[in-house]
Design a protein around this ligand. Structure first.
Ligand SMILES: NC(=O)c1ccc[n+]([C@@H]2O[C@H](COP(=O)([O-])OP(=O)(O)OC[C@H]3O[C@@H](n4cnc5c(N)ncnc54)[C@H](O)[C@@H]3O)[C@@H](O)[C@H]2O)c1
Length: 384
């Protein structure tokens, strides 16, 4: 049995996503499992080196997860041909610089979304990799969440009949930070457009691949955004002006004629099944898709609703939904995609979540903001 080590440069992993999802729950988890067993003769074992600006933070992170290698000298590891993969989860605005460095060094490139703030830059990064003949990918984690996978299964089994409409509701309350015992739970840059923040650039990147993959290609968008909370407190405890949108009301028209509405908000208190719910109504049945769960109501058991606000409803509508059971093991969504990318790099297996797909997400975000500015519907031209 050969255990083949795969050198991976993990850049910007002292951040929230890098630490929790990419290091702890993906790469470290794969290492703890003894690597990725490919067949009886081969196991692929990630061998990460952590890179970033702050040596002490890197040292502490490496120690916590038992990772042997870390450095603040990114160029030195890029120059080392042992490392085949460069991964970036630094702030969005630094992506271009890091990807350019890694492309020059001939690494396979894998990065967080959004890959850039503008479509032009996102497309440039894809083309840079493509021209250099480098394998590339973007994180599209939501595709491997159990709730969304259950939806895919139902769709493939013909549960919905003809899908008629889609309603997505995303969000929760992000503490502003003014109350000591309610500390902020997201980095402050997310609420400053000059630092790459904003609901649309953050979430419409996700909605693009979710909609394209699950429901049909996005053809056009109508979007209104708002900055509902205009002051928050930063990591240093100082108040700052929120310059980015924290709420977006969008309708997407798909090439198959279906309309898809998404409300995204950081200022809403949750009274629903999950932080993201997507209700899909079809001729034969409906589903409410959450992050992990998926509730269904077939047409045959749809209760007869009668409008009468003068009495309490005789029907408990929530009881008319049934949960799709777990029929398999659902691993961490980020880890699943990491394994696919490593197999793509090492074994040449297909990987369709490229930086071009990443650019499509940025494109939808950019055009959504244009729709807001111009107060009109906008078409989404084909990319690439
Ligand atoms: N896939 C998802 O669901 C998801 C969710 C949240 C965030 N993200 C994306 O992940 C990325 C990181 O987000 P986060 O929430 O972890 O943010 P964060 O602020 O917690 O982390 C940012 C990281 O970038 C590093 N960094 C900042 N400035 C830098 C510089 N000048 N040079 C080098 N490194 C620098 C920081 O040290 C930190 O390690 C963003 O692009 C964000 O859009 C993705």
């Amino acid at each position: 049995m050969e255990i083949k080590k795969i050198g991976i440069i993990m850049n910007g992993v002292t951040g929230r996503m890098g630490t929790n999802q990419h290091l702890e729950r993906s790469i470290h988890a794969i290492m703890q499992e003894g690597g990725m067993k490919i067949n009886d003769d081969l196991t692929l074992m990630p061998d990460p080196i952590l890179t970033g600006r702050n040596e002490n933070k890197l040292k502490a992170l490496a120690a916590k997860y038992g990772i042997e290698k870390y450095t603040t000298d990114l160029q030195s590891v890029l120059d080392d041909s042992y490392y085949k993969i460069f991964f970036d989860s630094s702030g969005t605005q630094y992506r271009k610089k890091f990807v350019e460095m890694a492309v020059k060094a001939g690494k396979a490139i894998y990065c967080e979304k959004p890959t850039a703030i503008t479509t032009e830059e996102a497309l440039y990064l894809y083309e840079l990799c493509n021209k250099a003949g480098l394998k590339n990918g973007v994180v599209q984690d939501k595709l491997w969440l159990p709730g969304l996978r259950k939806f895919q299964m139902l769709k493939e089994q013909g549960f919905f009949g003809k899908i008629l409409s889609i309603k997505g509701d995303f969000g929760y309350w992000v503490y502003e930070g003014h109350v000591e015992d309610q500390p902020v739970q997201r980095p402050s840059w997310n609420y400053r457009s000059e630092d790459g923040g904003g609901m649309v650039i953050d979430m419409h990147c996700h909605w693009r691949y979710v909609i394209d993959n699950l429901f049909g290609e996005v053809k056009s968008v109508s979007c209104r955004t708002a900055t509902i909370i205009d002051e928050r407190v930063n990591e240093q405890g100082r108040a700052y002006d929120c310059t980015a949108d924290d709420t977006a009301y969008a309708t997407f028209e798909l090439a198959n004629g279906v309309h898809c509405q998404f409300v995204s908000s950081w200022n809403t208190r949750v009274r629903k099944d999950d932080l993201l719910t997507i209700q899909v109504d079809g001729t034969q049945g409906s589903a409410v898709v959450g992050l992990r769960k998926c509730l269904v109501q077939p047409h045959s058991v749809t209760p007869k609703a009668i409008w009468n606000p003068d009495i309490d409803s005789p029907i408990n509508y929530l009881d008319a939904w049934h949960e799709v059971p777990d029929a398999t093991f659902y691993d961490n969504a980020f880890k699943i995609q990491w394994e696919k990318f490593i197999r793509h790099v090492e074994l040449d297996e297909p990987f369709r979540w490229s930086l071009l797909e990443g650019a499509k997400g940025v494109q939808l975000a950019e055009i959504s903001l244009e729709s807001h500015d111009d107060k009109c519907w906008k078409d989404i031209p084909e990319l690439g």
